[in-house]
Ligand binder design. Structure first.
Ligand code: ADP
Length: 268
């Protein structure tokens, strides 16, 4: 709680200054609360895999298993939790860099369709494993896009990865098109969907609709907040439309570069 609320009720400049200071104080308080919550979340998220690692390492060390299969199962959990920890630390670093503005993009002129094609190709085996159809619907040729190729790929892979994780049967349709003179990239699935009142929350750090489901798929709850930041840092926007039990559609749009940029002139 901040105790520095100024109690000045005059209607002149001093009064309005006091009001601004109070607004600022309230803003700082909210910021402090959200930072505190963030750190509480981080420690919880880090502690969970560490607890598993410690527990199963002990079980193995003291040979508290009966069969080789049982032992292999525990080793599998240790491997899985180590990977989760690795992902978590990577994601946290990325987010921290983005938030502090220490994040470097290497902009280039990109053939976005190619990036999507390659990403779809990379994710095909995962879709196949789950018996899902993964289809690419590309309405090219499109103008080139200005952005960081690796980061664009990260955006695409992340959305595909989620679509596959949260879909049990049916298909995932990826579209690349133009819409209102912007590039449109969409990933539509026939998965579990997201309740309407949670749609805006899923882009927040650590937010998950269903914690256990996300955990099962190795999710950190940071993927979409990173995607959103990467999209916005490159001038884009991201939306989601979803119906629980029917599926979700994530849409990303980017502006095309102006003709000056396209011909290699000085960027803004
Ligand atoms: P996670 O690592 O948990 O997948 P994300 O930040 O990528 O974290 O996503 C946040 C939450 O949004 C997920 O836990 C899940 O509940 C929900 N979500 C994301 N993508 C989808 C999707 N395609 N279908 C249904 N729910 C989704």
């Amino acid at each position: 709680e901040l105790e520095t609320r100024l109690d000045i009720s005059s209607r002149d400049e001093v009064g309005s200054l006091a009001e601004s200071i109070n607004d600022l104080a309230a803003h700082l308080q909210r910021y402090r609360d959200s930072q505190q919550e963030f750190f509480a979340n981080i420690s919880h998220e880090l502690r969970t895999p560490i607890t598993y690692l410690e527990g199963y390492a002990k079980v193995l060390k003291n040979r508290l298993y009966e069969t080789d299969e049982e032992r292999d199962q525990y080793l599998g959990i240790i491997e899985q939790e180590s990977l989760r920890l690795q992902r978590l630390v990577n994601d946290l670093f990325e987010l921290a860099k983005m938030e502090e503005g220490r994040f470097e993009l290497n902009p280039d002129l990109l053939e976005f369709e190619e990036i999507v094609e390659q990403a779809v190709h990379k994710m095909e085996w995962r879709a196949k494993q789950k018996g899902l159809e993964l289809k690419l619907d590309c309405h090219g040729p499109l103008p080139r896009l200005r952005g960081d190729g690796l980061r664009m790929e990260q955006i695409v892979i992340n959305l595909l990865d989620n679509a596959i994780s949260y879909t049990e049967e049916g298909s995932i349709i990826v579209t690349v098109d133009t819409r209102e003179s912007r590039l449109l990239f969409a990933v539509e699935d026939t998965g579990v969907g997201i309740p309407e009142n949670e749609l805006s929350l899923i882009f927040e750090r650590f937010y998950r609709v269903e914690k256990s489901r996300s955990r099962k798929f190795g999710g950190t709850g940071l993927g979409l907040s990173i995607v959103k930041k990467l999209v916005e840092l490159q001038g884009g926007e991201i939306y989601v439309i979803s119906t629980p039990g029917t599926g979700s559609r994530f849409e990303v749009t980017f502006p095309f570069p102006s003709p000056v940029e396209e011909t290699g002139g000085t960027p803004r």
